[in-house]
Structure formats: C-alpha cells, structure tokens
Design a protein around this ligand. Structure first.
Ligand SMILES: *C/C=C(C)/C=C/C=C(C)/C=C/C1=C(C)CCCC1(C)C
Length: 237
C-alpha cells in the first residue's frame, strides 16, 4: 500500500493554467471510466457480442494506461509525449480494425480483410511517427495520409461495405456509424499533425489549439465513441 501511495505521489503537481496537461488528466479519467463501463457490462451480453465489447474495453484500457504516462510526461517535461502517443496508437488502432472484422465475421468477412486494414493503419502510424520525429514531416505526412485515404476508400466503397449490406439491420447501422468515425473522427488527427509540424499547411496554426489537445480530443471521441457504437449494436440484439 505504501509503495502504491509513494508511486502516486511522484506524479508532479499540475499547474492550474496548464490546459494541455488538464486534457491529458481528463482524457485519462475518461478512458478509465469507459473501460470500467465496457468490462462490467460485458457479461450481460450474448456470447456473440462479448468479444467485441471486450475489445472496446481493451482499447480504452490501453489508452488509459498510456494517458497516465503521457499526463506525467507532459507535467514533467512540458513537451509532447510523442513516443507514448504512438505506442498507444500502434496498439489501439489495429484493435479498431479487429472490431470491423468481428462485426462483419458473421457476414463472411475474412481474416485477410482484417490484416489489410491492420497493414494500412500500421503504414499510416509508422509514417506519422517518422514525420513527427524526423526532418521530413510533409513527405511522411503525405505517405501517412495516402494510407489513411486507402483505408477510408476500402471501408466506404470496398468489399467490407458489401458484407455489411449483406448483413443488413443493426450490423449495417453499426458499420455505417463506424465508417463515419473513420472519415470524420479520424480526420481530427491530421489537423493535430499539421499544427504540430512545419510545412505548406502552416495556415492551420491559426487554430488556437495545441497539437496534443487536438490529439486528446480525437482519442476521446474515437476510442470511446467507437466502443459505444459496438455497445449499442450489442444492446439492439
Ligand atoms: C485511438 C487512436 C486513433 C484512432 C488514432 C488515429 C490516428 C490517425 C488516424 C492518424 C493519422 C495521421 C494522418 C492521416 C496523417 C498525419 C499523421 C497522422 C499519423 C497523425
């Protein structure tokens, strides 16, 4: 117990005017609360949806752990916790691809589809990391953006869409909702990237938000929102 307490007190105090630090703090709480919600509700569902709800909880739980570290990192260094940020994304974004596969599995989705989505999202994130930490943010941001658009195209117009239509009903509704998250919710991230890196797009610096705040808003909307869509699907059955 003492050990736990001493671990907790090493967390540096947050300045009251540190609004970026505040969004890390709130993000951490929100991810913890969402995880508790998904994990505790899991057993009330038909076994058919249990895995999907479990994955929703894992996504917010992994994020909660990373937000704990990122909050601390920001409070100590007042610079972006880029490494933790991308480790979080590299773990949670593939799990979101798994969610697509899980809801479409009954309609005949193959593992190949899941691996294609995971592959594209990995290219998107690795390029983003190289762009944020290296000297060519525009080049790597473009590569990342292309992978992102291929994913959007695949989900909106490709074979997974046809499977969702075949399934119909609440599966199609959930699928469409998740597609909107990918198109609109995920487009928040490139805005954060353009604020945080230099390039032809520096006009976005007019947005009075820090890159990390934009990323934190994106994570809250996408990770918790995504999970709630799945929850809603499980409830409707
Ligand atoms: C839970 C975390 C999520 C859903 C993270 C998603 C991240 C992206 C969609 C990031 C996309 C990027 C681009 C499309 C271009 C610029 C670089 C990135 C990595 C910020």
């Amino acid at each position: 117990m003492e050990k736990i307490l001493s671990l907790m007190t090493v967390a540096p105090a947050m300045a009251t005017d540190d609004y970026v630090g505040f969004t890390f703090f709130v993000g951490c709480m929100a991810m913890m609360a969402a995880s508790a919600f998904f994990f505790l509700s899991m057993n009330s569902f038909d076994s058919k949806w249990k895995t999907s709800i479990l994955v929703s909880g894992l996504i917010t739980f992994i994020a909660a752990v990373h937000y704990w570290y990122m909050r601390d990192y920001w409070a100590t260094n007042a610079t972006s916790p880029t490494f933790f940020r991308y480790v979080d994304w590299v773990l949670t974004v593939p799990l979101m691809c798994v969610e697509f596969y899980l809801i479409l599995a009954k309609a005949g989705a193959t593992k190949k589809l899941m691996w294609q989505l995971i592959g594209l999202s990995t290219v998107m994130l690795v390029a983003g990391y190289i762009g944020e930490t290296g000297d060519s943010p525009v080049l790597y941001g473009t590569i990342s953006g292309i992978a992102y658009f291929v994913m959007v195209g695949m989900l909106w117009l490709g074979s997974p869409k046809a499977l969702a239509e075949k399934a119909g009903g609440s599966v199609l509704e959930a699928y469409n909702a998740l597609c909107w998250f990918i198109l609109v919710g995920w487009s928040i991230y490139p805005i954060g990237y353009m604020i945080g890196t230099d390039g032809w797009y520096d006009f976005v610096d007019a947005i009075p938000l820090d890159m990390d705040v934009v990323y934190n808003i994106g994570d809250a909307i996408n990770k918790i929102g995504f999970g709630l869509v799945i929850y809603n699907l499980a409830v409707s059955k």
